[in-house]
Design a protein around this ligand. Structure first.
Ligand SMILES: [Zn+2]
Length: 554
């Protein structure tokens, strides 16, 4: 696609049914320049210039980053240089500044050099008016936007700085942007401007902003469409060890992004969906995502764990019962099918449903009718059924534990959530996400994770998946005594031996290497590829070491 084929105004939608402005289905909040000016001044007065600069920069960074993310399909179709011209135009449209690019050199992966003039930057005029002229660089949010947009497009941290600013009397602001290598010796100095006290570097903040943006995009909180408005009620019938809150998700692996795209596609269709995935991978989250993206999003979603209840209780929870249907049925009680109405019902751990109840469920799904236990009155089944399982249902069909006809009825569309160990690239973002939410909740000063602790997190196999990671990070955050979460804060199982430094006196490199390799092979059950990845060496190197030390792969 050519740049002039994209009509930037078409990105915006002023006629949304909710009544607000949106850009590519994401809700936009419009501020007047005056209101932004007041907030900026308040931040400077209350926090001081350094902290205000870092915060305002990040605000701009997130805006630029998210804009690029929302336009990533357009950007992908453009020539590298045009991607930045697109960014300059979008930046101008949003009102902070008029951008005139001078030099754009996208010199390969992770590389960018860019120079531009900024005319009429709102921040510069404003800063001069409120605090007086003379500041050599006052356009923090604007620098943030350019840096954020560039960072998303390049996939590596890009930082802009002002060579001249209108605030100090220049005709216009002049800016230069580079990747960190491009800044050379000055990288640390520039990064430090946007790093708050107690933080190690801005690079870490970037990853958090990335995670937050992905989160907003995936969950659709930013869209806040009427379908996901808080009118939807969610009832969860809990089995043991279940939380009512949905698992929080940070989606940054290709596998999960693809899965959400599929889920979004199937959501509006009136199909039954079967979600497969190990325990703790977030099946309920995905069901909720489908519900909210469907036409039924403003109706209730109800969930029930089929493994948590006895057959009789499960039947009466699902179908309801009439008064006197059994001992203890003292009044009429509607079941979850009725509660769900025209919403969605999630049958969690469907593989645990007793065969006799499977037959009743199948009948209800086929006829779209059911009766409360002990009642003659026929009721309509309007709800969409989403089932989930951590078992291999096909295998259960073969052994006769699960009805084949029900399997095909429920599995109109199958979505499989990969276990966490198959998408390890999400671990750092997820871990930081859980760290920050726990630190906020318990008012702890833990801000980041040490490289050693991260190695442990990356090499552990996470049989309990995202939920286990969440619990491990929550526990570690609560026990951590410093601002950095270290190996000793992790529970012993996760900390393992990989993260430990050599014991005192044992400085024999080969002995330690051998021990690490043995540990990795044990942990990955002899899987050479996974063990090598955990050790950060190639499978070939691992193979050589295995032979050298005479180790066995099994
Ligand atoms: Zn300026």
């Amino acid at each position: 696609m050519k740049l002039h084929d994209i009509h930037l105004l078409d990105l915006f939608d002023v006629g949304t049914e909710q009544g607000w402005l949106s850009m590519r289905q994401q809700r936009m909040v419009v501020h007047s320049a005056a209101a932004v000016s007041i907030m900026r001044a308040q931040l400077i007065r209350s926090l001081g210039q350094d902290a205000a600069r870092a915060i305002v920069f990040r605000w701009g960074f997130a805006q630029g980053y998210f804009d690029a993310m929302m336009c990533s399909d357009h950007l992908a179709s453009l020539q590298p240089v045009d991607r930045f011209v697109f960014g300059c135009t979008l930046h101008t449209m949003e009102g902070m500044v008029r951008v005139a690019p001078k030099v754009i050199e996208a010199k390969g992966p992770g590389k960018l050099h860019m120079e531009a003039n900024w005319w009429h930057c709102a921040e510069a005029d404003d800063h001069a008016r409120v605090f007086g002229a003379g500041m050599t660089s006052s356009c923090w949010a604007t620098l943030g936007y350019a840096s954020g947009f560039g960072t998303y497009v390049i996939g590596a941290l890009i930082l802009f700085e002002e060579v001249a600013c209108r605030c100090s009397g220049a005709q216009c602001c002049s800016v230069v942007g580079n990747d960190l290598d491009g800044w050379g010796d000055r990288a640390a100095e520039i990064e430090a401007r946007y790093t708050l006290a107690g933080e190690t570097s801005f690079s870490q903040q970037w990853k958090e902003i990335h995670a937050e943006c992905e989160h907003a995009r995936a969950i659709g909180t930013a869209a806040a469409s009427a379908k996901s408005a808080p009118t939807a009620t969610v009832t969860t019938v809990n089995g043991p060890d279940r939380t009512t809150a949905p698992l929080n998700f940070v989606v940054c692996s290709q596998a999960m992004t693809d899965l959400l795209v599929l889920a979004e596609r199937v959501a509006p269709l009136e199909m039954n969906v079967l979600i497969e995935g190990e325990s703790g991978t977030g099946k309920e989250f995905l069901a909720r995502f489908i519900h909210e993206k469907s036409m039924r999003g403003d109706a209730p979603m109800v969930a029930i764990n089929c493994a948590a209840l006895t057959e009789g209780l499960l039947e009466s929870e699902l179908f309801g019962h009439a008064r006197g249907a059994f001992t203890g049925a003292v009044r009429d009680k509607p079941g979850l099918f009725e509660h769900a109405g025209r919403g969605t019902i999630l049958l969690d751990e469907i593989g645990e449903m007793p065969l006799c109840l499977q037959a009743k469920l199948l009948r209800a799904l086929e006829s779209r009718e059911f009766r409360r236990v002990g009642s003659e009155k026929v009721l309509r089944l309007d709800a969409r059924v989403v089932a989930s399982t951590n078992r291999d249902l096909r295998q259960q069909v073969q052994t006769g534990a699960f009805r084949e006809d029900l399997f095909y009825r429920l599995g109109g569309f199958v979505l499989t959530i990969p276990p966490l160990r198959e998408r390890r690239e999400e671990i750092p973002a997820l871990a930081h996400y859980f760290l920050h939410s726990t630190a906020r909740r318990w008012n702890k000063g833990v801000q980041t994770i040490s490289p050693g602790a991260m190695r442990c997190l990356m090499s552990y196999s996470w049989p309990g998946n995202v939920r286990e990671l969440q619990h491990a990070i929550e526990r570690a955050t609560v026990v951590a005594s410093q601002s950095v979460l270290t190996v000793k804060d992790l529970n012993p199982e996760v900390a393992g031996r990989l993260g430990d430094p050599a014991p005192d006196g044992d400085l024999d490199v080969e002995a330690n290497e051998r021990q690490l390799i043995e540990e990795a092979l044990r942990r990955y059950h002899g899987n050479r590829k996974e063990a090598a990845a955990a050790l950060r060496i190639s499978p070939v190197t691992l193979w050589r070491r295995v032979r050298k030390y005479g180790l066995s792969l099994s």
